[in-house]
Design a protein around this ligand. Structure first.
Ligand code: GAR
Length: 222
């Protein structure tokens, strides 16, 4: 049987899924949402490795459940932040990823490693940045009497929780909310938002350019 397709169609190649490495420190519920989104086809990517700085992080078990390779790098075993960052960079690069996703990774990264993954590393943070970088974000939102709370995703730079924002999801804080209820609500939104953002990157719509984060070539202003 001969094909009547024009030559140009015959040449279209399927783009291989993007190689993604996920860094975790704990329970890994965001990791799970990304694994599920890769498996369902929502993300055109493959999680090729998971790295944790804690040996008992439950996220490692989640990765193993899906036959994803894992590496544990305990930061206490390194004499300086630079030494840990170098080992971390080596571990990440051993998977040759195109994207690195911080999903509850509770270590501050130095300038050099942030620069190495410039434009190809995301972090998710449980607050509406620039409000409340760092820890205890739910408690701080409650204490401040905020009307809204939520989560943010940004490209990683050397500034703690400070790189260009790419997406936020927010909700009203109710009078009966507690730290625990805010955590649950934030995580629910995170599990929806992170796969969406990762897919925008995989489909090359979301980029970090000299003027900031862009979506379809338009500067994102959050
Ligand atoms: C998430 O809520 C994430 O926003 C937060 O840690 C949690 C990890 O949960 N990240 C940070 O605080 C980073 N500054 P998970 O391990 O269940 O995905």
């Amino acid at each position: 049987m001969s094909s009547s397709l024009p030559k140009i169609c015959q040449k279209v190649k399927k783009v291989p899924p993007l190689r993604i490495v996920v860094l975790i420190s704990g329970s890994g519920t965001n990791l799970q949402s990304l694994i599920d989104a890769c498996q369902s086809g929502q993300i055109d990517g493959e999680i090729v490795g998971v790295i944790s700085n804690k040996a008992d992080a439950y996220g490692l078990q989640r990765a193993e459940n899906h036959q994803i390779s894992t590496i544990v790098l305990q930061h206490q075993s390194y004499s300086s932040r630079d030494e840990f960052d170098q080992a971390l960079q080596q571990a990440i690069d051993s998977f040759t990823p195109e994207l690195v996703v911080l999903a509850g990774f509770m270590r501050i990264l130095g300038k050099q490693i942030a620069q190495h993954y410039h434009g190809r590393m995301f972090n998710i943070h449980p607050s509406l940045l620039p409000k409340y970088p760092g820890l205890h974000t739910h408690q701080r939102a409650l204490e401040a009497g905020d009307l809204y709370h939520g989560c943010s995703i940004h490209f990683v730079t050397a500034e703690l929780d400070g790189g260009p924002l790419v997406a936020q999801n927010k909700f009203d804080i109710e009078p009966l909310d507690t730290e625990e209820s805010l955590k649950q609500k934030v995580q629910h939104l995170e599990h929806i938002l992170y796969p969406q953002v990762v897919q925008l990157f995989c489909s090359q719509r979301l980029k970090l350019e000299s003027q900031g984060a862009t979506l379809d070539g338009e500067l994102l202003q959050l």
